[in-house]
Design a binder for this molecule. Sequence first.
Ligand code: MG
Length: 457
Amino acid sequence: MQPASTRPRLFGTNGVRGVYGQELTHELVIDLCYSLGTYFGKGPIVVGNDGRKSSPALSKLVRSSLNSAGLDVGYAGLVPTPCLQYAAKKLGYNGGIMITASHNPPHYNGLKPTASDGVEISREDELTVEDIYYSRTFSRIDGNGNDYLDEKVVSSYIDAAIALVDSDNIRSKSFTVVMDTGNGAQAAVAPMLAQKLGCKVIVVNGHIDGDFPGRGSEPTPDNLGLLSDTVTSSGADFGAAYDGDGDRSMFCDNTGVIHWGDKTGALLVRHLLAEKHKGAQVVCPVNTTMMLSKVAEQAGSEVIHTKVGSVEVSREMVRRKALLGLEENGGFMYGALNQVRDGAMATALILDMLAASGSSFSELVSSLPKMYQFKTKFVCKSRQDIDNAVKACIEHGSPKKVDTLDGAKVWIDEETWVMVRPSGTEPLIRMYAESTDKSLLDSKVEEYRRLVQSKIA
Ligand code: MG
């Protein structure tokens, strides 16, 4: 067998993904399912899929491959990823496989395995699955597995999410919510969840279509104009937008302003620490905003930093039994339900927060600590250039401290930092910076930008 360091990786940052029929071939999927069947050891396994054009065929292939390895499969149908993950944890399964390429373009697809604890398998276990795949040491359980439809997946998920919020208080407010489900899988769950909480729900881009004709599969402030306009024209309390498989969410306040996940995440953390989970730890990647640290500090809570990546955050939450986690790109994780990113749960928590506070969404946002932020990326020719640039940033000047958990986070002073890190998926260096002082931020960004460019030119 090839040593792990020289063979191609199957897993990227979130499962195995590729262009369907080219990188993600049927042969690869069958062998990957045999590898996952061997890794899981026994069934039943819950399988679900997003709304991509290739997802029905892939779902049949995944289920029949697992069946032929002897594992029983419960089929959840078309569901958001967090709903499938909840089923893997709570409905008696020994694991799950979600067929999705999340927010990637329509011609992509992928497989995202979930362990029986409801969270993506760990980085170490991904390597174990790759060991099995490359060595072809597939095990087989005697007999053929059964394939059956599991019709409880969506209803049990919605009931569990509703049980975690103050539903009577939310219902008493009769909120109006606009949802841009982006032609993605959350159309099957999030509007129903909000309706059950007594909301008037206006859905845009609500029909599921694997070509994502509405605004593409990834919500960003630039492509949510329709959401913003619909919120203001309808006088809604807020808007929510989801990515293709519904784990990430972006929110729009009552005035039509779209906010990144770091702001809305900090609001939710502040609300949950005050109302439900006093003193709880908060887990997030090391590039997360200081807004969150300040909110946690004010509530007497500790922030735990991880490497960048949702699996790192989720797995750290599991290790610590932590209840709160987030990513700035709109991945909010509420461990009381499951320690994974979840767009519909985040929406229910926003409703809980608005009902409890009595303030509007925009008033809540304006009460957060003020920060100035900067983000960019540099295209690099080689891995060596990337390493040289990160090393130069670590050695440059005389900063207050340098954190090397993931790339280099250089603290200029207590409230100013610049971070550079290699992208996990592309030949890029990403740079992030934040400060309470705008002119210091600008000058430090310029200084480190010049330094990085001098190493990659
Ligand atoms: Mg996603």
